[in-house]
Design a protein around this ligand. Sequence first.
Ligand SMILES: Nc1nc2c(ncn2[C@@H]2O[C@H](COP(=O)(O)OP(=O)(O)OP(=O)(O)O)[C@@H](O)[C@H]2O)c(=O)[nH]1
Ligand SMILES: [Mg+2]
Length: 399
Amino acid sequence: MYLSLSGRKRTGFISACVAVILYTTYTLACGFYSNRVLQEDLVPSVVIEVPDEALRPDSENVALHNPSDAHESPTKIEAPRPVGIGTANATMVMLARNDEIDGVLSSMATVENRFNREHGYPWTFLNEVEFTEEFKSRVKNATSAHVSFGLIPDEHWSQPNWIDEVMATKGRKKMAQAKIIYADNVPYRNMCRFNSGFFYKQPILQQYRYYWRVEPNVRIMCDVKFDPFDYLRDNNKIYGFTIAFTEWEKTIPTLWSTVKEFMVKHPEYVNEDNALGFLSDNKGKTYNLCHFWSNFEIADMNFWRSEAYEKFFDYLENRGGFYYERWGDAPVHSIAAALFAPKEQLHFFRNIGYRHEPFQHCPSGADYEGLNCECKAGDGLDYAPQSCIRRYENLFSGK
Ligand SMILES: Nc1nc2c(ncn2[C@@H]2O[C@H](COP(=O)(O)OP(=O)(O)OP(=O)(O)O)[C@@H](O)[C@H]2O)c(=O)[nH]1
Ligand SMILES: [Mg+2]
């Protein structure tokens, strides 16, 4: 074909070929570069020195299972826009059961009245069974924002078949004897595992970057006169909380030792400006049980989607602690955010009044003014003995 072209046509053909080659090279290079930038943004650099002798041989960290392999990468769909003044790529998200509809509507009412009526961020509801038509229509009537419903796939919700059921039953019985709440409850464990490692993988959430987690029967106790999503985005924060306190140790007996193993194996994920001081009072030797109470979270899903967190979740999952013990999503999220991100990327939303029985945070001082709060200024858990807010503050005061 080339040989049969006349001089001008041949020149035109050559130019077209060159243009195609240049364009293809440029596109590939851009794709490669932007992927790298994304990776480098998300993955913290190598920071802690780990002595060789501290590294345990691989045979001691036998992977029972590689959970990441089991899940296909979800497809992205178009994000519904906020119907109000909201500008962030964000959604309110609630995991709920059909029979919790009254608590769901009660939470929605406080979130809508105090914040979202004006901002119009979409709502996303998740459930491991189909939501009933009644649930869907009542929820849609409770907001003028866009509402979506996602069905959680079975492998994201149920106890994996490689979990040793005899061991899991033994663990539940032991916990029940110790009178621990939800000791004998497998669905509760499914929920904790789902919130730890799967909610942000749902296809319905792929389109979003930021989320505000809402649970049934919670209250937003003051007007939220700013956009917390904008706040995270504009200040480069990845995780926002309102309440932090200590976990019940019996639910997580081997969590910290597992985390320490992970840190030794993967020092490259531990941020050099981490918030270890929030988690440990002896430089990491033991866990002080502090965690952010995850029933309220305003956070960046890109953090959960990062290589560091994915590897971390898979490592925890391999140990089976969500079922052999009762590892909660609150300590799992908190430990990851405190270790893999710089402490400056965590944020205490002092100016958001929030209640989930039996605890609350109520703003105080200047933060309280003009917010029309239904709580008394400073009336909350912040400085109670079991609270971890002081430890969070100490991260920034050089103590
Ligand atoms: N779809 C579904 N949602 C659940 C299930 N169990 C819990 N959830 C939801 O998961 C979230 C956390 O569950 P909660 O029962 O509130 O757990 P908790 O906050 O640790 O404990 P409480 O003090 O009882 O509130 C809530 O949004 C629940 O609606 C379940 O089996 N199915
Ligand atoms: Mg709850």
